[in-house]
Write a protein that binds this ligand. Structure first.
Ligand SMILES: *Cc1c(COP(=O)(O)O)cnc(C)c1O
Length: 383
């Protein structure tokens, strides 16, 4: 491993982020979608906990064409880091901030007719500055976007009334593309193509005039080539994680980017009948060697893993015993010989992340983006 991080940290809990894995994943998706379809790297929530700026730079080096974030603040942070690529804010941004977005060349999503009117009312006219937008279409996610061709026509009409707001594209989002059951996604895609057709008609576009149309998230990239349109939105799979256990893994081989580690702070042997951690939810049944880890829920270590999850020492799964505390966690290391303070422990890696997410009754996405700012990220590359 080549370590890239220059910033010094003084902590024995860290997340290692391999930027060559990011590059590999972008290139693997490129090989799958071909040269003509744009790849949007979705880097919201601090690049799913990986650290936005280094991830974005690696993704661009490997051929990402567009960036997607959830909030205007995330987009502005990327501009401040010197990133020039087009950026789309996928979520709602108040009309109040549209001028800020336009100045930073950040593209906004129009989430409905009301929002379109708000943008038109709030965005200044005659200032030699343009606002670019994509229209969100709700084809079955039930979250943001217009649902019918009529609503869409009204939205386009509202936006057209403004001389300096431009519709660059339109998109929809799948609710269930990560499932083995494909019917609903195909219905959404059908509905999207009808709305896209209506949009072109309303805008009086001929085929030469291009709109950026997009629908595919990671799951659809893996399973629905017919959904690629002009651009795909690569989120969780940019980080080398499959969206679910049901998705087809044959088309693209991913490499997980993040591994989280800690080092044992303290080890002790406890006699039977000893309680461990807050609330005394765990009592030793026999003599047990317990290690204390300097990582807790303030680092994003999900408290629901208490008495359910495990951490890995020398390849052995060591159960979490008692409640995860804010800053510390205890594990049973009785199965591993000679464990002492200072030993490296793996909190999440490629093998364990999906299973730990299941045990925490969540998904890998949440475990990753919960890793808090208190955990140093160490950027590495392959040798
Ligand atoms: C987060 C997000 C994505 C990325 O989804 P993944 O499942 O992580 O690939 C794509 N599109 C929209 C609108 C999103 O909010």
């Amino acid at each position: 491993m080549i370590h890239l991080t220059k910033e010094q940290h003084y902590r024995d809990t860290w997340a290692e982020v391999n930027l060559d894995a990011i590059r590999h994943n972008v290139r693997a998706v490129r090989a799958c979608v071909g040269p003509d379809i744009m790849i949007m790297a979705v880097v919201k929530a601090n690049a799913y906990g990986h650290g936005a700026s280094p991830v974005v730079k690696a993704a661009i080096e490997a051929g990402a064409n567009y960036l997607g974030v959830a909030t205007l603040d995330e987009a502005i942070a990327l501009r401040r880091a010197g990133i020039e690529l087009p950026i789309l804010v996928l979520g709602y941004v108040s009309g109040e901030y549209a001028i800020v977005a336009a100045r930073q060349r950040i593209v906004l999503t129009v989430v409905g007719l009301q929002h379109a009117k708000e943008l038109v009312a709030k965005f200044p006219r005659g200032q030699m500055i343009d606002l670019h937008v994509h229209l969100k279409l709700d084809t079955g996610m039930g979250r943001l976007g217009v649902r019918t061709a009529d609503e869409l026509a009204m939205e386009v009409e509202a936006i057209s009334a403004h001389p300096s707001i431009y519709i660059d594209g339109a998109f929809t989002h799948f609710a269930q593309a990560d499932s083995a059951e494909k019917t609903y996604t195909m219905q959404q895609l059908q509905q999207a193509s009808e709305l896209f057709y209506a949009l072109r008609n309303t805008m009086h576009l001929n085929t030469a005039e291009s709109l950026i149309l997009h629908a595919a998230n990671s799951a659809a990239i893996l399973q629905f080539p017919e959904s690629y349109l002009n651009m795909v939105r690569l989120g969780i799979s940019l980080y080398g994680v499959y969206p679910s256990s049901e998705v087809n893994r044959d088309r693209i081989t991913l490499r997980q980017t993040l591994t989280m580690y800690t080092r044992i702070a303290y080890c002790k042997v406890l006699p039977p009948g000893t309680s461990v951690s807050y609330g005394r939810t765990f009592i030793t049944k026999q003599t047990m060697k317990v290690a204390t880890l300097p990582v807790g829920y303030a680092d994003g270590y999900h408290r629901s893993l208490s008495n359910r999850g495990y951490a890995v020492v020398r390849g052995v799964k060591c159960p979490i015993v008692g409640m995860i505390c804010m800053d510390q966690t205890m594990i049973d290391v009785s199965q591993v010989d000679g464990v002492e303070a200072g030993e490296v422990v793996t909190i999440y890696d490629e093998q364990t992340l999906p299973e730990l997410a299941d045990l925490a009754q969540t998904i890998p996405y949440e475990l990753l983006c919960s890793i808090s700012p208190r955990v140093p990220r160490r950027y590495v590359e392959d040798d």
